[in-house]
Write a protein that binds this ligand. Structure first.
Ligand code: SF4
Length: 329
């Protein structure tokens, strides 16, 4: 990871209009991604993780969704202000994606060779033979045995883990600056999950690719990520270096998430901690701390006003009234 910022997300807001009201799926998200960094975005279902990443690559289905504010600066160019043809040149080339189920991205009717070489020819301008050689090289790097033969097979001839390896090979084949991986291992067996995460870590480190990893698993974040954003109800509530957040979580929601992870060094028989209550309905949320009905440390101000973001010496930022220097009314 270097000091160079390659992606700057500033006050991103993505809303969905529904018959019941406005869903503020992403409401003022900001973070920087450095070259070679692996950033984890964690939170419960509905916290806005995936919508944040679809917004970054300007792929929000409209209607009902709309990016209503903010900037996404990729190498100083705002992806949200770019014409459609320009952003298509960046997607799959400079910024590529892996989703939870590889079958949603792979075309079941086309051989892997066709799907991989198409992308390489389109974005890298190579000839057909060169593109196929590059595809075979990437499959080999991704641990596909006999890639020269398997490249001519169809997706259904691969197991789930092997398909995800193909997706990783495909998404890294154009040497992207950023790889966005949305729950890339949730659909796989635990042992295969570990192999796929190791492969992603190894390949992206070798190629110098920055990664945004979306997951609900703190275990995955601990093993993979340099930095971490914890999202709740469409906003980032805590951000910082992964080691620092795990050693000393500041936001009560982060504390609850970390306490709810099973630990090998705790005697068996102890009850696993959980966060009481449910995530809030994000339709027409009032301007208060959305975590207050579940928070043991809630104060009167928490029900009346969204907390200001406090910054710490270790680079951490936390949105919680417990740390605010703003005078409480
Ligand atoms: Fe809890 Fe208040 Fe902090 Fe929200 S702002 S997490 S309710 S203490």
């Amino acid at each position: 990871m270097t000091e160079e910022v390659i992606l700057r997300v500033k006050d991103l807001r993505t809303y969905f209009k529904t018959d019941e009201g406005t869903v503020k799926a992403v409401d003022g998200v900001s973070f920087d991604l450095h070259k070679g960094e692996t950033l984890g975005i964690v939170g419960e279902s509905g916290s806005g993780k995936s919508v944040t990443n679809l917004s970054i690559i300007n792929m929000i289905p409209s209607p009902p969704g709309k990016i209503v504010g903010g900037e996404v600066l990729f190498m100083d160019a705002d992806l949200l202000a770019m014409p459609a043809n320009k952003i298509r040149e960046i997607r799959g080339n400079k910024i590529s994606m892996i989703f939870q189920d590889p079958m949603t991205s792979l075309n079941p009717f086309l051989r892997i060779s066709t799907q991989m070489t198409e992308t390489i020819i389109l974005h890298q301008g190579l000839g057909k033979d060169e593109a196929k050689a590059k595809a075979i090289e990437m499959l080999k790097l991704a641990g596909i045995p006999a890639p020269e033969k398997r490249i001519d097979q169809y997706p259904h001839q691969f197991s789930g883990g092997m398909r995800q390896r193909v997706m990783i090979a495909m998404s890294l084949s154009c040497n992207p600056e950023i790889l966005i991986a949305d729950e890339p291992t949730s659909a796989l067996d635990v042992t295969i999950q570990a192999q796929i995460l190791d492969l992603m870590k190894d390949l992206t480190a070798r190629l110098g690719t920055a990664v945004i990893l979306i997951t609900h698993s703190l275990g995955v974040v601990a093993g993979m990520c340099d930095t971490l954003c914890v999202m709740y109800a469409g906003r980032v509530v805590e951000r910082g270096a992964t080691d620092a957040v795990f050693a000393d979580p500041k936001h009560p929601y982060t504390q609850g998430l970390i306490k709810s992870v099973p630990r090998l060094d705790v005697a068996s028989g102890n009850r696993l901690s959980s966060i009481r209550g449910q995530p809030p309905n994000v339709i027409d949320l009032p301007d208060c701390c959305p975590f207050y009905p579940r928070c043991d440390k809630a104060m009167d101000i928490c029900k009346r006003k969204y907390p200001a973001v406090s910054r710490f010496d270790d680079g951490r930022s936390v949105a919680c009234w417990l740390y605010s220097e703003e005078k409480l009314p």
